[in-house]
Design a protein around this ligand. Structure first.
Ligand SMILES: [Zn+2]
Ligand SMILES: [Zn+2]
Ligand SMILES: [Zn+2]
Length: 142
């Protein structure tokens, strides 16, 4: 099994397996790109009548349990992605034209000069590395 199972994941986190939670979590598991609450709502509203407020509530629960993580902000919109073993923390490429967030390969920062110098300043609680530019799809349209 190389992807999480939403039912198992809810169970192991002591969360009730409501249909809404399963549908939202399944979307995150299937997606290879970070999703915003609105995007998620648009996708799940085809299969259930779950409203946006509920999607936000479920996202909050999944965040609290560290099942998903914040992937970055694009145009004031927060994006989320799975935070499981199949999706280790990684930087993102943000396209300034189509506003997509692309996931990049994970990398270990420990022992790099950049990390050491950050550590010499104080305790690191979060590391955010982001690339910005124009993605190849947008470049083709030029
Ligand atoms: Zn997983
Ligand atoms: Zn683009
Ligand atoms: Zn990502």
């Amino acid at each position: 099994m190389d992807k999480c199972n939403s039912v198992e994941l809810l169970k192991s986190n002591g969360l009730r397996r409501t249909p809404g939670r399963r549908i939202v979590l399944d979307r995150f598991i299937k997606s290879d790109m970070p999703l915003s609450a609105q995007q998620l709502h648009r996708k799940v509203s085809r299969q259930s009548n779950i409203d946006l407020a509920t999607v936000y509530r479920i996202i909050k629960i999944l965040l609290d349990r560290e099942i998903i993580r914040e992937a970055g902000i694009q145009g004031n919109v927060q994006y989320y992605e799975m935070a499981c073993e199949h999706n280790p923390a990684h930087p993102h490429f943000e396209c300034t034209q189509c506003h997509k967030l692309y996931c990049l390969s994970p990398t270990r920062l420990e022992n790099t000069k950049m990390y050491e110098s950050a550590k010499s300043v104080g305790d690191i609680t979060e590391t955010i590395i982001e690339f910005r530019g124009i993605c190849s799809q947008c470049l083709k349209k030029r």
